[in-house]
Design a binder for this molecule. Sequence first.
Ligand code: PMP
Length: 427
Amino acid sequence: KKKTKKSGLLFAKSKKFHANGVNHNIRFFEPYPFVTRSAKGKFLQDVDGNKYIDYWMGHWSLILGHAHPAVSNQVKKQLPSCWMHGTVNEMTVSFSEIIQKAVPVAEKIRYVSSGTEATMYAVRIARAFTGKKIIAKIDGGWHGYATDLLKSVNWPFDQQESKGVADDLHVVSMPYNDLQKSLNILNSVKDDLAGVIIEPVLGGGGCIPATKEYLAGIQEFVHKNNALFLLDEIVTGFRFSFGCLYKMMGLDPDIVTLGKIVGGGFPIGVICGKDKIMDITDTSSHTKMDRSYIGGGTFSANPITMTAGRAMLSHLKKNSGSLYDKIGALGERARKELTQVFDGKVVTTGKGSLFMTHFLSNDISEIKSAQDASRCNAKMLQKYHFDMIAKDGIFFLPGKLGAFSAVHSQSDVKDLICASERFAATI
Ligand code: PMP
């Protein structure tokens, strides 16, 4: 608290204006979050002048780090020609050309301004296209805050997530990586199953990769039963390679949602789908009665987001070989060495540049689902992360997974390990 006096005062003021002082629930942590003044490269700087090596990286959207010139130069160039047109623009077309090449399922694309909108629309398309109602999701799966999918996100999964959402009786939930149990659930609703929505690496639910066998098994069932396989790659898209994880895993989704990285740090959501499915959203060839309405959003495909996204993907494409190898190696080293540092007290999960530390409790020894993750010692994780913020100038959003970006280096892993060693000695 001594180091963050100005933050303390400003946050107290923020509480006067905003419920709990924040505008995204997870940005609050005890006793109060520091208030950021600026960010550059791997650092966040707060209003008291403290610097933090950032592993939160803008909700994992900033794979090049903060304020990367590859993006900012293009955005600066665009600003004089205006940041908002509200009409069709050129940069959207060239941006989509890049996405379509890298993500073959994107035979047709629609842009929105958040991941939440993208998944909300994906679900709507699945229901419209199949004429069925039920959507299956994963226990602990986070697809944003739209009413349809704000279900079975946090433990205990069978409790409602919020007051004020009319209970969606048309959403069922399945345990991640448990194919048999999941198929049983799907089988019980198969006649009215419109689609399944899954993150190939559970993000908010604990940084847990799905096995190929699990995803392929679900996909097979879904396709056999004339439903749609929706992959939410908002976290995983362009995170492990130049493109999507589904391609690396040999999957065949019908719709893929993207967000975060592809916006270059500006607000974005993307619905990518096969032509025959996305056709139902075409308002010229469909009447109100037989279309799926998905095209709204004042800021959809605005020139700044499109320019930033195009700059981000162009840069990633040019540097993809070395960049993904580098950040993947940092992630692998962090997972391995953190496990050693905590000497059997933790399990680390993740893939490539994404990693998370789980403090074991309740006889848990393996983390394969959000259920396993929620039975770990979340308080200890918060304490560990907070300790590093206060003493080491290392920032993880307390309780959340960390992400390496192109601006991190082996010496950052070393510092992270040293800080973790110090914390491990206190528990
Ligand atoms: N899907 C996934 C997998 C996510 O991780 C998130 C955001 N963390 C969303 C959807 C929602 O995206 P947004 O916050 O942009 O609405």
